[in-house]
Ligand binder design. Structure first.
Ligand SMILES: *Cc1c(COP(=O)(O)O)cnc(C)c1O
Length: 379
């Protein structure tokens, strides 16, 4: 048997085999074969992905500018609309400058190796997103992992491990699997104490948390911080942006390979993203509604929740997948998350909330989870 076949059959035995499901989506509903499901696993927190204003902006752009950008930003792929979006995002973030990337994955894969150089030391939260881990694998700096949100451990490492270059703390505002939130104030004071730089991935925070939904950093942004935001989540489109000082952004334009050696985002995506950005600012009620839902689910689960990502720990892989399947059969699309995405023995249901849910939907989901859990008790 080939290595690949063997590997796949082992995955199947372990209940860790993954496959793709072609689906159709309409607002908060997803359709798969003859199932109609309430989607509790998308990251379209503000319900913008099929908003008429985003669609109109994209259609207008396609009619005027066509589809592909044609080349990389540094060749002929740059346009005024990209500049315009970058300038507005920079103001919003309180940063000197913002630079668009093709996705959050590109941003982390490009910026970390450029910034975290030979002689630098990196301190990385153990639960960091795969794109941060991969970016650090490409970086020449020495990386040390600190226990999740354990700033005492981080401080020990900051004291003990000093390179001859910079120290970088690499972490997230909202952790994508746990849904827990970083104490950014404590992080900033630790960074200041040890003269360290912070690389903060705010993929799940921009548009959702902080004043005006701009994420968890102070305004203006401190000089020793590089912040990443993405458009694929709350913005409802695709792409990402890095906010930092002029010098850092200029440096990234000249050195970040995942920025330089890739075709620019399609102009229609940039146009739709600008429309999303305007809605995020004009309609704070979307964010407020989402926070009502977060609080309501917190009340139902009897624990405080801090973000639209809610992780319900189940433990075993098989039990997690059985509960997820039972929910699916009842019309709730909730993903089960297994290793290697999360550590061994911590398989879980991951629920994401959207402005488009209703309190009734959330309430009935909780009932369905409770009964699916007791029905699968023996697993
Ligand atoms: C989703 C996510 C990314 C990747 O962003 P894409 O734009 O989807 O590539 C990066 N970091 C974190 C923390 C994420 O949750």
């Amino acid at each position: 048997m080939s290595y690949e076949k063997d590997y796949l059959s082992r995955l199947r035995q372990q209940g860790r085999y993954r496959s793709l499901k072609p689906m159709r989506h309409e607002g908060i509903y997803s359709f798969y074969q003859d199932h109609k499901l309430i989607n509790f696993c998308a990251n379209d927190y503000l319900g913008l992905a099929d908003h008429p204003r985003l669609k109109a902006a994209a259609i207008r752009s396609i009619e005027e500018e066509g589809l592909g950008a044609g080349s990389a930003r540094l060749i002929s792929g740059h346009r005024e609309s990209y500049d315009n979006l970058e300038r507005r995002l920079a103001d919003w973030q309180g940063a000197e400058r913002t630079l668009l990337f093709n996705s959050g994955y590109h941003a982390n894969l490009g910026a970390l190796p450029a910034l975290c150089r030979e002689g630098d030391v990196v301190f990385s939260d153990e639960l960091n997103h795969a794109s941060l881990i991969d970016g650090l694998r490409l970086a020449r700096a020495e990386t040390h992992v600190f226990r999740h949100h354990d700033f005492a451990h981080l401080e020990e490492l900051l004291k003990a491990k000093r390179g001859n270059g910079k120290s970088w703390i690499v972490t997230e505002s909202v952790f994508s699997m746990e849904g827990d939130v970083c104490d950014v104030e404590a992080l900033l004071s630790l960074a200041n104490k040890y003269d360290a730089f912070i690389y903060l991935d705010q993929a799940h925070a921009v548009g959702v948390l902080g004043k005006d939904g701009r994420g968890l950093l102070p305004h203006p942004m401190p000089e020793n911080v590089v912040s990443v935001g993405t458009f694929g989540k709350a913005f409802g489109t695709y792409g990402a942006f890095i906010s930092a000082s002029n010098v850092i952004c200029d440096y990234l334009i000249n050195t970040a390979r995942a920025f330089i050696f890739t075709t620019a985002l399609p102009p229609a995506i940039v146009a739709a993203t600008l429309a999303a950005f305007q809605l995020i600012q004009e309609e704070p009620q979307r964010r407020q509604q989402l926070h009502h839902h977060i609080n309501f689910l917190g009340t139902r689960l009897r624990r405080p929740l801090f973000s639209p990502i809610i992780s319900i720990l189940i433990g075993g892989d098989a039990k997690t997948m059985a509960i997820s399947q039972a929910l699916f059969d009842q019309g709730y699309y909730v993903h089960g998350i297994r290793p290697p995405t999360v550590p061994e023995g911590t398989s879980r249901l991951r629920i994401t909330l959207s402005t488009l849910h209703t309190a009734e939907m959330i309430d009935s989901l909780v009932e369905a989870i409770d009964s699916a859990r007791s029905n699968n008790d023996i697993l």
